[in-house]
Design a protein around this ligand. Structure first.
Ligand SMILES: [Zn+2]
Length: 310
């Protein structure tokens, strides 16, 4: 049985961005696990949602369980850190926050789960953390560190030096920096063969650039977007993560939408916001995009349409 491990920071990261992909593989018989870094403790929540729950973390964990059932996941696991909130938030300084945790400490916990689950494929956040959330960025670095410690592979984070792909083949650029550590020997080859394929999410920026121009016309500031006005879409639109992989998800949009609806406390507050979000994610109704970090991408390699390399 094939196994996929998705490593993201918060309850909702599994549904909003890549829920179609997780649902697709789960329904194709892959054991899909979600390793969630935190319980989303610092998300702002309307008090009405909190009725019957001890705190925000308990509410958001329950929402995640709901989403997990809709996506058909094999299980939800927690890394046990606390949501840091956006940069500068007081929750950054909580002693158990992901923000305060060292990359090594987070990597050690990730390693325990990888060792237990034995995934064929691992997915995590990109180096920019999607929209810049410090918890997303921390998990990106910690997952790469886990690969270094487990497999002796040093996956450079300069893969974003690629040009964005505009055609159906990956541009003739050198493959993402992949160096075996100096202590790696040929006797380790067997071990390296078992290295899970590693992907980061790659949010296509085309529609985002359109939205950045459109939002001011609707009276919204693209530099202060989202429920908490803390997302800078203008900066985000300049962050390039090369798309190496497109997963067709049209048949699983219903699952993704129902899973996203489970995260009721995190829905956009206004109808207008909803409209923009729908516009932004419209292309994701057809496919969801990823960037492969391992095995390294070869120059001229066509865009792949499967995470398992088939
Ligand atoms: Zn998140």
């Amino acid at each position: 049985m094939k196994t996929l491990l998705a490593i993201f920071a918060h309850p909702d990261d599994e549904s909003f961005g890549i829920g179609g992909t997780l649902a697709k593989y789960a329904h194709e018989g892959v054991a899909v696990y979600y390793l969630c870094g935190t319980r989303g403790e610092s998300g702002t929540v309307d008090p009405a949602f909190l009725r019957g729950y001890a705190d925000v973390g308990a509410l958001r964990s329950a929402e995640l369980e709901c989403a997990s059932r809709e996506l058909g996941l094999a299980g939800v696991r927690y890394l046990g850190f606390r949501d840091s909130g956006m940069p500068g938030a007081p929750d950054n300084r909580h002693p158990n926050s992901l923000f305060c945790a060292s990359v090594d400490a987070v990597a050690e916990r990730i390693i325990a789960h990888i060792t237990d689950v034995q995934p064929d494929v691992v997915i995590t956040h990109d180096k920019f953390g999607g929209y810049g959330h410090p918890d997303h960025i921390k998990l990106y670095h910690a997952t790469l560190r886990a690969y270094e410690k487990l497999y002796g592979l040093s996956l450079g984070d300069d893969h974003t030096a690629f040009s964005p792909t505009t055609s159906d083949s990956i541009n003739d650029h050198p493959s993402p920096a992949l160096h075996r550590s100096s202590h790696q020997s040929s006797t380790d080859d067997a071990r390296v063969e078992r290295v899970p394929r590693l992907y980061v999410t790659a949010f296509p920026k085309g529609m985002l650039k359109v939205a950045v121009r459109l939002l001011p016309l609707l009276g919204q500031n693209p530099r202060q977007f989202g429920r908490n006005k803390d997302i800078d879409l203008v900066t985000m639109s300049t962050w390039v993560v090369p798309v190496t992989t497109r997963i067709p998800v049209r048949a699983y949009i219903g699952h993704k939408e129902r899973a996203s609806a489970c995260h009721l406390s995190q829905q956009p507050v206004t109808r207008q916001g909803n409209l923009i979000v729908r516009l932004l994610f419209r292309r994701a109704n057809t496919w969801e995009a990823f960037s492969r970090l391992y095995p390294p991408v070869k120059a001229g390699e066509p865009i792949e349409t499967d995470l398992f390399g088939v």
